[in-house]
Ligand binder design. Structure first.
Ligand SMILES: N[C@@H](CCC(=O)N[C@@H](CS)C(=O)NCC(=O)O)C(=O)O
Length: 257
């Protein structure tokens, strides 16, 4: 069910919204679902995500996967990175000069985590966070650690989705990041029993999905069968498949080198 309070993007509930909420609460469930499906249709005009290259932009991939998994209709616009026009184009649409940016009507939300949180609020039925409060706090810790950490892994194994190679040398810091991620995955899968980190595909999986492709791209040898199975599930998730297809349709990334 869509949150009717989020019909309007302003933070304070305006009188019109209060009236809408009152009307909605007094409707029969049939009529409510009719109105909600109408709201959903209109969302396509209200929700737009601006992303970078699907091959390269791991920060864009994360909230894009969350949006897809939410089932909310949205539009997307792409600004290719590392081109002569990139900085100027980014400056026009993004308050931080970076992608991703989500537009909710004409309000920009310019960070992958802030975008994911909004999507979770707009689509509570998609259960993008675990239902249990303690699990949800742990899931948020996973996401926060990815959002602010793993810089060695990000630098040395930068995401290039279509790349397949074997890396000759991994720095000690990168090895330590890899071990930490494998430990986190093992812990979560041990508790949830899979198929995803907290059971159902959610924001945590979207945030770690680029890592799956970094491991594949650079031939990082994973032996743990449960982790290999998890990586398979991530690759087979329909949202991930759609993103990868988009990446493959992009101009060959190799041209950039
Ligand atoms: N903390 C931001 C990071 C966003 C970010 O660094 N995006 C990169 C692309 S993956 C970017 O826009 N770089 C600007 C450029 O390449 O010119 C987020 O979570 O969304």
């Amino acid at each position: 069910m869509l949150s009717v309070g989020l019909l309007c993007y302003k933070s304070s509930v305006k009188p019109k919204d209060r009236l809408q909420n009152h009307i909605m609460s007094s409707l029969t469930s049939n009529l409510k679902s009719h109105i909600q499906s109408d709201i959903k249709k209109n969302l396509k005009n209200k929700l737009k995500i601006v992303i970078g290259d699907k091959n390269l932009s791991s920060w864009s991939m994360r909230p894009w996967l969350v949006l897809k998994a939410s089932g909310l209709p949205f539009r997307e616009e792409q600004i290719l990175l590392d081109r002569p026009s990139t900085k100027a184009r980014l400056a026009k649409v993004s308050p931080s000069g970076r992608v991703p940016v989500l537009y909710w009507c004409d309000v920009a939300i310019w960070d992958s985590l802030a975008i994911s949180e909004l999507i979770a609020e707009l689509a509570p039925d998609a259960e993008l966070w675990p239902g249990d409060a303690v699990d949800r706090a742990v899931a948020r810790s996973y996401v926060a650690e990815m959002h602010s950490g793993f810089s060695a892994l990000r630098d040395q194994l930068s995401m290039t989705l279509s790349l397949r190679m074997t890396i000759a040398h991994l720095s000690t810091a990168t090895i330590s990041d890899i071990h930490r991620i494998l430990h986190l995955w093992r812990e979560a899968l041990g508790k949830s029993k899979g198929p995803f980190l907290f059971g159902k595909f959610g924001i945590v999986d979207a945030f770690y999905a680029p890592v799956v492709f970094r491991f594949l791209s650079y031939g990082i040898a994973i032996k743990d069968r449960k982790i290999l199975r998890y990586m398979e599930f991530v690759q087979r998730h329909p949202a991930v498949v759609e993103w990868v297809n988009g990446a493959q349709a992009e101009k060959p990334w190799i041209e950039r080198f």
